[in-house]
Design a binder for this molecule. Structure first.
Ligand SMILES: Cc1cc2nc3c(=O)[nH]c(=O)nc-3n(C[C@H](O)[C@H](O)[C@H](O)COP(=O)(O)OP(=O)(O)OC[C@H]3O[C@@H](n4cnc5c(N)ncnc54)[C@H](O)[C@@H]3O)c2cc1C
Ligand code: FES
Length: 304
C-alpha cells in the first residue's frame, strides 16, 4: 500500500458538536485510503516550534468530485496542535502524509456488523460502514460520548444504518451510560457476527472483552501516542500477541492502528512485558541502541 506526502489545501472547516470537521484537497491520499487508516498532519505553520505531526483517523476519503481527491477528518481539541488546527481557515496549505497504518479487515461474507464509536473515534466508522454495505453486510451503530455534543455522526448514522443506539455519560442524549453498558443488548438484538470499535483505549478494551464473551470477533482501531506516524520512532508500540502466540512490541502506526482486540495485551499497555520478544535481552556486542530521531531529542521547552 502506498503512502504519499502532499501539500493539502484546507477547503472547508465546520463545527460538528464539540469537534471541528476539516476537509482538505490532498491529491493522492484519497485514492489510496481505506477505512481505518489515518493521516499525519503538520501543525502550527511553517515557523512553528510544534515539530511533530499530529495524527487523525480519516473520516472520509473521496477520490473524485469537483476537487481531485478530498480527505476529511474530525478534530477534538486536546493540546496546542489540535487547538491550532481547529482554528485554521480555508486556503491554508498544510503538509499531510497518508494514508498511514492498516485498514479494518472486511468480512468475507455478508454478516451483521456492529460498529462502536466513542467521541471523535466514531469518525472512521462511517467509511467502514460504506465498505461493509458494499459487501451486503448489515450495519448497526452504537455511538457514545461524554455529552450530546461529543457524540459524532448520529444524523449520518441514522440515515444509513439499520439502527443507531446513542449513549452519553451525562444522559444529555440517548441512554445514560457508556457504549459498553449497552453492548450486550445490542449484540443480542442485532445478532452481529463482527464488532468494529474506535475510541479511547479503556473503551476499546471493554468493548473487546464484551465481544469476546459473546465469541464475536472484534477489531479495534487504537489511539496510542504517535510521534512520527511512519514507523521510525517506536513511541507507538503496543504488546501484541502474534499468530505464533509470541508477544511482540508492535508499532501501532505501521502494523496498526487496527488490531484484533484479543491480540492486545491490555494489562501491559504502556510497558514491555518481560515475556515479550527481545525484552530484557542484552544487546548483541557491537549493537548500538537505535538513535532517537532528532526532533524527539529537542531540548526542554521545545514543543513536540
Ligand atoms: C491513529 C490515531 C488516530 C487519531 N484520530 C484522531 C481523530 O480522528 N481526531 C482527533 O481529534 N484526534 C485523533 N487522534 C489523537 C490526536 O492525534 C491527538 O489528540 C493529537 O496528537 C494531540 O495533539 P496536541 O498538540 O493537540 O496535544 P499535545 O498533548 O500537545 O500533543 C503532543 C504530542 O502528544 C501526542 N499525543 C497527545 N495526545 C494524544 C492522543 N490522544 N493520541 C495520540 N497521541 C497523542 C502526539 O504525539 C503529539 O505529538 C488520533 C491519534 C491516533 C494515534
Ligand atoms: S509513531 Fe513513530 S514508530 Fe509509530
Amino acid at each position: 500500500m502506498g503512502v504519499v506526502q502532499v501539500t493539502g489545501e484546507l477547503i472547508a472547516t465546520r463545527r460538528a458538536g464539540a469537534y471541528q470537521h476539516l476537509t482538505f484537497v490532498a491529491p493522492g491520499i484519497a485514492e489510496l485510503a481505506r477505512p481505518g487508516q489515518f493521516v499525519a498532519v503538520s501543525v502550527g505553520g511553517p515557523a512553528s516550534a510544534l515539530l511533530l505531526p499530529r495524527t487523525f483517523a480519516l473520516y472520509r476519503a473521496i477520490p473524485t468530485g469537483a476537487y481531485t481527491g478530498t480527505v476529511h477528518f474530525v478534530v477534538g481539541v486536546h493540546g496546542r496542535g489540535t487547538e491550532w488546527l481547529a482554528a485554521v481557515r480555508p486556503g491554508e496549505p498544510l503538509d499531510l502524509v497518508g494514508p498511514l497504518g492498516t485498514p479494518f479487515r472486511l468480512p468475507g461474507s455478508p454478516v451483521g456488523c456492529l460498529l462502536v464509536g466513542g467521541g471523535y473515534g466514531s469518525a472512521p466508522l462511517f467509511g467502514l460502514a460504506e465498505a461493509l454495505r458494499a459487501r451486503e453486510c448489515r450495519v448497526d451503530f452504537v455511538l457514545g460520548g461524554g455529552s450530546a455534543d461529543r457524540v459524532f455522526g448520529e444524523p449520518e448514522a441514522k440515515r444509513t444504518a439499520g439502527s443507531v443506539t446513542v449513549t452519553t455519560d451525562d444522559g444529555s442524549a440517548g441512554i445514560r451510560g457508556t457504549v459498553v453498558d449497552v453492548l450486550p443488548d445490542e449484540l443480542e438484538r442485532t445478532g452481529a457476527l463482527a464488532v468494529y470499535a474506535c475510541g479511547p483505549m479503556p473503551m476499546l478494551r471493554a468493548v473487546g472483552a464484551v465481544a469476546a464473551s459473546y465469541e464475536v470477533p472484534c477489531q479495534v482501531a487504537v489511539e496510542e501516542s504517535m510521534a512520527c506516524g511512519i514507523g521510525v520512532c517506536m513511541t507507538c508500540v503496543l504488546p501484541i500477541v502474534g499468530d505464533d502466540g509470541v508477544t511482540r512490541m508492535t508499532r501501532s502506526c505501521l502494523e496498526g492502528p487496527v488490531f484484533p482486540a484479543e491480540r492486545v495485551r491490555w494489562d501491559d499497555v504502556g510497558r514491555v512485558p518481560p515475556d515479550a520478544l527481545g525484552a530484557g535481552e542484552p544487546a548483541a556486542s557491537g549493537d548500538a541502541a537505535p538513535a532517537a530521531p532528532a526532533e524527539l531529542t529537542a531540548p526542554a521547552g521545545v514543543d513536540g
